[in-house]
Write a protein that binds this ligand. Structure first.
Ligand code: ATP
Length: 425
């Protein structure tokens, strides 16, 4: 098969790696890709949010399947345009991707499907927001409705913080994304991520994970795109996963089908777990990055078969061949990230790393310049490893990270602390 993957981060390198392991793959093109992806696949400079250009490219290159990595092309309707041109695509329609793009939409679906989630109201002006806060007080959560690159959510522990967030959002801090604001009940508990592949009707769980969003050790400092992740998430026991499928995932998919917008692709449920009960925090319409890197190393070549089956509506007959293993990803970021950081540093030590089904250095913001891999982004590398235990996966992932020669980079040393603590207690 000829396959096109859209995106150029660690997530897409992991998807490309799993795809290349599968004998069904004859040719793999990734747009735009990165230095790591270029070592295993062809890279193409394509406008990944322009469905018409992508559809023409897919037809011209006899592409059998397009796998969409990030959310922006999905929300822009790329999957719709590809399908309209007769090209098989893994990823939801723009209408179904509203589960990620609009918090109001998701809450309405949850209410209709009786999915457990935080209580909420939608407000369209600051006075209404303040009137609501007068009744409910703090702590509370204030969210800009649209996509705001993870920055449109304020967990306000005090009324003053809530008032500032409301003023910022209606003051245009998030542009169009702040024209509507959702105010939510504050939920307590432990967060975990649950990933299912969906073919419109059937959902197949493909793994659980937990990530570390903060830049600093002990989960301190500003939020980032994610500094590390591990899979599975110990808190998501088999019983809890069955509960999530029954109370959250299946009712959501049934409601999407009922609305005439069936969901096909990966559905990533962000969950809050307390006292053996899971509630939905949010949906994403794509794999998490860096969670995907850990999931792909665990699934290996079968990930491609499962993705293919989802795109073709064949998930009812698909099965995951589970290994009793653990994986961890440690993100190497440029010093300064998530604030201002330098670009262009050469990165050494990469050629000597072991890269096999237990260890992979997935690239994110890298580019080869004059024959050398250089850092070109905030999150640059993902040291990913698998083992029989999480502790073994961690030892291997950190050995990979330590072997990288990049004085301008840094990484957290405590990825997995919560799960490792729970295991050793
Ligand atoms: P992301 O970039 O993770 O996709 P997002 O902008 O879509 O984020 P959410 O996932 O809805 O926003 O919220 C971000 C974080 O805020 C959550 O991971 C959680 O830690 C916290 N959060 C969101 N809603 C609530 C809530 N109702 N109660 C407590 N914490 C919450």
């Amino acid at each position: 098969m000829n396959i096109l993957i859209l995106g150029g981060g660690g997530r897409e390198h992991a998807l490309a790696w799993a795809t290349m392991q599968n004998p069904k793959c004859d040719r793999l093109i990734v747009a735009p890709g990165n230095a790591g992806i270029a070592a295993i696949a062809e890279c193409a400079d394509l406008p990944i949010e322009d469905g018409a250009v992508l559809a023409q490219f897919a037809v011209d290159n006899a592409i059998d399947l397009v796998i969409v990595g990030p959310e922006a092309p999905l929300v822009a309707g790329v999957a719709d345009e590809l399908r309209a041109a007769g090209v098989l695509c893994f990823g939801p329609s723009a209408a179904a991707a509203q589960l990620e793009a609009s918090k109001t939409f998701t809450k309405q679906v949850c209410d209709a499907a009786k999915v457990p989630t935080a209580g909420w109201v939608r407000v369209t002006d600051a006075a209404a927001a303040r009137a609501h806060l007068d009744r409910t007080g703090a702590p509370t959560v204030i969210k800009a409705d649209g996509l705001a690159a993870g920055k449109g959510v304020v967990v306000a522990m005090t009324r003053a913080e809530a008032d500032t967030a409301v003023a910022d959002m209606f003051g245009g801090a998030f542009g169009g994304a702040g024209a509507e604001v959702v105010i939510e009940e504050f939920m307590t508990g432990e967060e975990a991520s649950f990933f299912v592949l969906c073919d419109g009707e059937v959902a197949l769980p493909i793994g659980t994970a937990q990530d570390h969003k903060r830049i600093g050790e002990a989960d301190t400092g500003p939020n980032t795109g994610g500094m590390g992740a591990y899979s599975p998430a110990p808190i998501l026991t088999d019983a809890l996963q069955a509960q999530v499928m029954e109370r959250i995932i299946r009712p959501t998919l049934a409601e999407m089908l009922r609305r005439g917008t069936p969901y096909q692709g990966v559905l990533y449920a962000g969950l809050m777990i307390e006292d053996g009960t899971a509630r939905l925090v949010e949906y994403n319409a794509r794999f998490g990055d860096p969670e995907c890197q850990a999931l792909m190393l665990r699934l290996g070549a079968q990930a491609f078969d499962l993705i293919h089956a989802a795109a073709e509506g064949r998930l009812a007959e698909a099965r995951v061949d589970w290994a009793d293993d653990h994986a961890m990803t440690v993100v190497l970021a440029a010093r300064g990230y998530p604030g201002a950081y330098g670009k262009g540093d050469p990165i050494g030590g990469l050629d000597a790393l072991p890269e096999d089904s237990f260890h992979m250095m997935f690239h994110a913001g890298t580019k080869t310049v004059d024959g050398r891999v250089t850092a070109q982004g905030g999150r640059v590398l993902n040291a990913t490893a698998r083992g029989a235990t999480l502790a073994e996966a961690r030892t291997r992932a950190y050995a990979l990270a330590e072997a990288v020669v990049w004085p301008g980079g840094h990484y957290r040393r405590d990825i997995g602390w919560r799960a490792l603590g729970a295991v050793s207690d």
